[in-house]
Ligand binder design. Sequence first.
Ligand code: GLP
Length: 238
Amino acid sequence: MKIIETKNYAEMSKRAADLIAAQVLLKPDAVLGLATGSTPIGLYDELVRRYEAGELDFSAIRSVNLDEYCGLDGTNDQSYRYFMNTHLFDRVNIDPKNTNVPNGKATDFAAEGERYDALIRQLGGIDIQLLGIGLDGHIGFNEPDDAFTGPTHEVKLDPSTIAANARFFASEDEVPRSAITMGMASIMQARRVLLVANGNSKAEILKKALFGPITPQVPASLLQLHPDLTVIFCGDDK
Ligand code: GLP
């Protein structure tokens, strides 16, 4: 495990973008595992900047996102598909057909999970998986539970996650109560994992996840067993 502490959010975003950019340069048709949340926004802006400067080419890149809210389709501005289009896909030359996000409007989420895992296998697995971390230690939407779940699956969101994500919605009532998320298997099988965490509010859970016992009550703690994990953390901007 490699832990990098940066002095501010801008530096964190640049260091994280370096790792994604290196992957794109080394393997132009790499499979990028991507994440939403406020933390990676600066990193996506940085990738866009490098693309506009002619340093990066996404034309053969494939992507798989971690998760999506159940019930929201891609035109809903709170959906993770919409987030990815707005923050990255519409701003670089990635082929939209090569971008994948679980279908929040699926009628059968068990079948959608199987489809998504088969797709990841068909793509040859994930070269680098980007992750944020929730205040309760969730990654993707793998919430604290009695056991780790391997496959892509539907999850009931934790009240603390609903409260934390309410800031993006008009009110807490509008936050979907469930989501579909990549499970721990695809995340752990990614060849490389990059976790970004921003702000002092994340320091305690990050410490628990990286140095505490490995337990499904802190889903991110399983990452301790990943052979190629990089964590980039910055405290609050002063
Ligand atoms: C959401 C996403 C996670 C993300 C987390 C933290 O719940 N499903 O993938 O890591 O939020 O988000 P933020 O970066 O805004 O703190």
